[in-house]
Design a protein around this ligand. Sequence first.
Ligand SMILES: CC[C@H]1O[C@@H](n2cnc3c(N)ncnc32)[C@H](O)[C@@H]1O
Length: 483
Amino acid sequence: MNLKFRKWTEEEFLREREEVLRQWHTGKEINFEESIEYLKNLPDHKNFAKKLIDAKERGITLAQPRAGVALIDEHIELLNFLDQKGGADLLPSTIDSYTRQNKYEECERGIKESKKAGRSLLNGFPGLNHGVKGCREVVEAVNLPLQLRHGTPDARLLSEIMTAAGFTSNEGGGISYNIPYAKSVSLEKTIKDWQYVDRLVGWYEEQGISLNREPFGPLTGTLVPPSMSNVVQILECLMAAEQGVRNITLGYGQCGNLIQDVAAVRAMQEQAEEYCAQMGYDKVEITTVFHQWMGGFPEDEAKAFGVISNGASAAALAGATKVIVKTPHEAIGIPTKEANAEGIKTTKMVLNLLEGQKLADSDELNAEIAQIKLEVKCLMDKVAELGDGDLAVGTVKAFEQGVLDIPFAPSMFNAGKMLPARDNTGKIRYLEVGNLPFSDEIKEFNRAALQERADFEGREIGFQMSVDDIFAVGKGKLIGRPE
Ligand SMILES: CC[C@H]1O[C@@H](n2cnc3c(N)ncnc32)[C@H](O)[C@@H]1O
């Protein structure tokens, strides 16, 4: 394995860059002196990193939608609608699925057909094909900071182009954009490709430009135990910090029990800061992002607004810096701009009503924070051991051995032996630990919690609990009680 955790030298980075910029013709548009000048002159109110730090200092939660359509003018119209009619604080450009698989020919065709059809025939914004020039039109035409959001294992050229155009934040990571998003892409290659993306941010930071990076928190968005998603966030945080990233937003996908969700966000922020301090990354600013419910949504729009409001309140009470907003069209597909704006308005209403309020400390909250941190430490220690201190090598080996294991992930490099289910309060617990290196104490804690549910429901602990939990929210419940 030629993967190493350490920071790439500028020479290594610039050598790989020559190959990356040749992957598609729009790579030729990149002019580093021009992009450095442009990014340096971007007004503060359009810099994602700065707006997040300001929100953290003010103790408020910002609202950000997902959004992306094929053509530039329509995309600009959509984003400005979400700003002006929805009240978004931060703007995305959700990238289409062809780009995420590096299928740029198909993007080209999708753009042409969208022009002919007069509507978007892609499920997102094909920023790489639009190039620096096209993406720059978006940056110039909107009045909020912009972030590219996608699911791309190899995002090297996409990140180069959209960062040069003025997108000051980029979502993704070597684990979080492989295991939940790809079936047979080598984890080692994706981690390396995301070291490149992080080193690009480090390179811009060295030119005095502050850019934000955001590992993808929810992963498969299906019953992911908080300690498993937190350990992935912390590993990607440390991999980014090693490459010179200074402004990092760690993510968490809402699981549904309020105490556990708040505990997960608090534990993630605190433990990531502890690991950064231990490893000497003292210039890294950490913020958090809470993703509203990522599982199945009710089709009924009134019920969908209930789910959206519940997610907004959990984000506020957790003290997350940012919340990613869902829409009442979630169960159907790509939302109209009106539905997208309604999701933001609902969210902002709840955030405003809860401004200044945080979930109070309690024995239950502190116990959950401690439990999550204990499980994360157990996993981190094993990753470090497997890599002989190299966390990148350790991560690859940990997935090979099922030491890290994401539930319901498509990747063939994920063991898929661990099985989660909700306990009787709806908190997600480990039903099967598979090859996770948990202590007997941790295993017993999780088993006992699930036994309480089994006793309450009059059934054995088992796989049916997981299945029932997966469909529960779509049916209007959190816990999948036996019917
Ligand atoms: C990570 C998955 C989430 O991204 C959402 N999503 C994917 N593409 C778009 C899109 N083009 N516009 C708005 N939302 C989108 C999808 O509805 C789901 O909630």
